[in-house]
Structure formats: C-alpha cells, structure tokens
Design a protein around this ligand. Sequence first.
Ligand SMILES: [Zn+2]
Length: 269
Amino acid sequence: MDYGYVDCHCHISAPEFEQDLEEVIQRAKAAGVKTLVAVTEGVEEFSRVLQLYECYPGLVAPCLGVHPLQMGRPGSEQRSVKPQDLDAALPQFYKHSESLVAIGEIGLDFTPWCAPTQQDRDDQMDVFIKQLNVARELQLPVNVHSRSAAKITIATMREQGISRALLHNFAGKPSVALEGVKAGYCFSFPPAVCRNQQRDKLIRQIPMEHICLETDSPALGLDKHERNEPCNIVLSCRYIADVKGLSPQTVQLVTAQNAHRLFPRANRR
Ligand SMILES: [Zn+2]
C-alpha cells in the first residue's frame, strides 16, 4: 500500500491556517502527504480539530490533548499548565474517543523560563500523568512534547505503562533516546532539523524502525520566521535520508509504515 507521507505532528487547527487552509491542504496533497496527525494544545482548540476531521475524513487524523505550556492572557507570555486547565478537557476525551487516533499534544517542558518553580513542574507532571492514564484507559497512543525534560518524560511514560508513544521534535541525548527505543517509542523530526547539524548524531543512532516524519506546522520550519506547512515534510524526509545514507523513497516508506503501526486508527475513513 502507498501510504504517502504521514505528517505525525502538526497544528492545522491553529489560527495561522484559518485564512487559507484549503490551499495548504492542496499543497500538502500535491507533495504526497496522505495523513495529517493533528494535535491540539488546549481545550479551546478541540472543536476545530474535530471539525477538520469531518471536513477532511481520511486525511485529518485528530488527537486531543492539553500541552504543558498554555497561552496566557492575550499579549502575555506562555505559562506552565495548571491542573484546572484539564477540567474541561477530560470529559471531551471520553466523548470523542471513537474519533481519536491519539492523545496529544501532551508532555513536559522544563525550560527554565517556562516552568521556573517546582510547583510549575509538579503541575505539569500531574497534568501529563492524568492524560497518560486516559490514553491507557482508551487504548490510544500518545503524541508527546518534551523539552529540557527528555529523561523524565521517557521514565514517566515507562512507569505509567505506556507502550505506544511518539516523541516529537526530540532533542535529548542519544543515550536517553535509546531508552525510549527500548520501550518501543518512536521519534519524529520536523524541517527545522535541517537548519544545522545538531540533531545528526541523534538521528544516526535511532534505528530507522523508530523514526517518523512531522512538520509541527505552523512552527519549526526551515526558516524560523516563516509559517511552516505540511508540504514541507519532504525537507525532513530528505534530510533524514541524507544523514542515514538512504534514499528519500526508503525513508518515506519506512516512516509511513512506522506511523501506521503507531497510529493504527489513522485513515480509517
Ligand atoms: Zn507541536
């Protein structure tokens, strides 16, 4: 079967795509993208991503999740998630469980200026574990963010008995990534990896069977200041192919197979 490209982590319900989503989708399809695994950052986005699933069945594979960082009041900085941010989200996970391919974007972000206090980190951990429990209960994989928290993110998932996880835009040490590989987890890389060679060693060490492609659109494109979109997945593919010494076709095929093993509910309709 030709799976095309699977964008394993993108934010197509983001306001950045409201104006011209149809064109963005057309460009993605023209580039050969056949699946968009669409994650959310907070409950206010849930209805939009489910609506896109209705509009583009077979293409949009929806995930619901509450991100470790939340937008504050308009104009203010991002803030660490609080347990009450999950209150309105929890019933939605159960209500829409049949439509979901995964729980995400969830995770831990211990970047010092994002989570300056121990209370912030404890709150993030609380929200993360609660959502891991939901995923286990609903037998869904998880789509995971981890920044400055690679080791603890993987250890927490293992402790919680999570067997299917995607660690998106992972930038931890290769030795920590290999702990995740041992647990059966996959790692996806966005076009931003092409900006420099920082992630080459990591990509080289993770076995091909544990690598997926993503764009994280509208963020993490090749150019920091430009909106990223799913058609740019070809850049991640080419870069990983280069680093691994494989053909882009092989990387496309293997990553798509990995993605469908991880998200078996994608493209059901
Ligand atoms: Zn993301």
